[in-house]
Write a protein that binds this ligand. Sequence first.
Ligand code: SF4
Ligand code: SF4
Ligand code: FES
Length: 492
Amino acid sequence: MAKITVDGTEYETQEGRTILQALDELGILMNGVDIPHYCWHPKLSIDGSCRLCQVEIEGVPKLQIACNTPIKDGMEIRTQTAPVKEAREGVMELLLVNHPLDCPICDQAGECKLQDYAFEYGVEHSRSREPRRAGKKNVDFGPTITFDQERCILCRRCVRFCREVPGTGEIGVFGRGDHSALETFPGLELDNPYSMNVADICPVGALTTKDFRFKIRVWFLEDVPGICTGCSKGCNVWLGTANNKVYRYVPRRNDAVNETWVCDDGRMSYRHIGSADRLDRAMVRGELGVLEVTSVDDAVAAASERLRALVDAKGPGVVGAVASGHGTNEDLEAFVRLLDGLGVENRGLATVQGESDELLVQAEKAANGEGARKLGFGDAAGVLDRLNTGGLEALVVMGHDLLDAQHLGGIEGLERLDTLIVLDSHHSALERVAHVVLPARHAAEKAGHFTNHEGIVQAVAPAVEPAGEAVPEAEAFDRLAAALGVAGEDAA
Ligand code: SF4
Ligand code: SF4
Ligand code: FES
């Protein structure tokens, strides 16, 4: 450990860190100790090129860059002195010499570090008379990112990200001096599976995502903490919400889960929240054999009537249950209460498996498969075997992952069931054979907890109002248990 003093306050920190790393680990960088920085990023290698992070160190004649100066025991650092202020102003003035006056039309405005630092540390007047250097606008970098060369301050964060995180290295800074420019390597596009992170780490409006560009001014967004439910990693995100709509996911730092990154597929999964195929009303199959929209109360009553008749006549052995890794722990606990109350033992979990990588993406494409397994839901194969051999007459299903080829692959096996009850957040082919359909909330619409693949339990809270009459699965199961007369003491 080493003791350092910053602006008169003593801190204890680990040896072997640079000043910025030590302050970041203490949680006080730009959160009590303000050392503006552009090129340094806590999860990337050190570049030391922007020179904005200069500080005074007792006994050292010149200012030093805090991002690349190792701490020493007893070091005294000053971050707010006149020479430091003057150095920052000098750097800001040079960065702004050629920067276009784009703020009114720049999509980064409102979350731009050049704006913020110009406000905090910049000079009030420009001294240059020469025209600003022109650069390329709206450069197509690939399927996800647009580049504005005039706005780039050449911090190289994006270059280091592509080299060091996905390891693809599609972009670089070419040319020298004031001819230096960021470009993709000849013949390459910026198209790696994590490409959109470059827009998050670009401190200015040079790299923007095609998806979010010009959708809404960021100051109208409220950032609500949540998690991505695209796979069992459970990456932490901010849900940018306005008008009861989620406009984007951006990564939220959690060093234990996703560092400061998210994959592009997960980032784009926000679109499922308000998508056109949301299931927002309950439905019950009527006398004419078609599903008819009804209230959640009536659907719960219809489901309860069907299950009660079957269980009373033939026992709980003819009932099966398929849980989903998209439910919260609370949803799954309520499912367990219902099944225990009814005496149903044929239960399992269906999740979709897909691609994985060594960075974040997990093969299981649901956020809470681990939570379901911890609550006793094994693989759904046993339940589906029983279904296919005619041993089941009723099935209660969360979500529609059992339609994936590795489980059922189609609805044929479900057609001969006497009763199929489905709780789902989105329409699916299950509705062609379901008898009762209950609309479930998306993770962004409810409170609860998800357990990721490493067993880390993470909370979510509602970010937007639910779609239509969608209810949390926990509520639906508890209402069903009450209607069936099997609600235990724990049931809500
Ligand atoms: S595009 Fe952004 S992140 Fe990349 S070098 Fe330029 S300013 Fe830095
Ligand atoms: S790795 Fe998984 S949890 Fe993380 S952003 Fe991608 S899909 Fe979402
Ligand atoms: S942050 Fe230290 S030189 Fe850029």
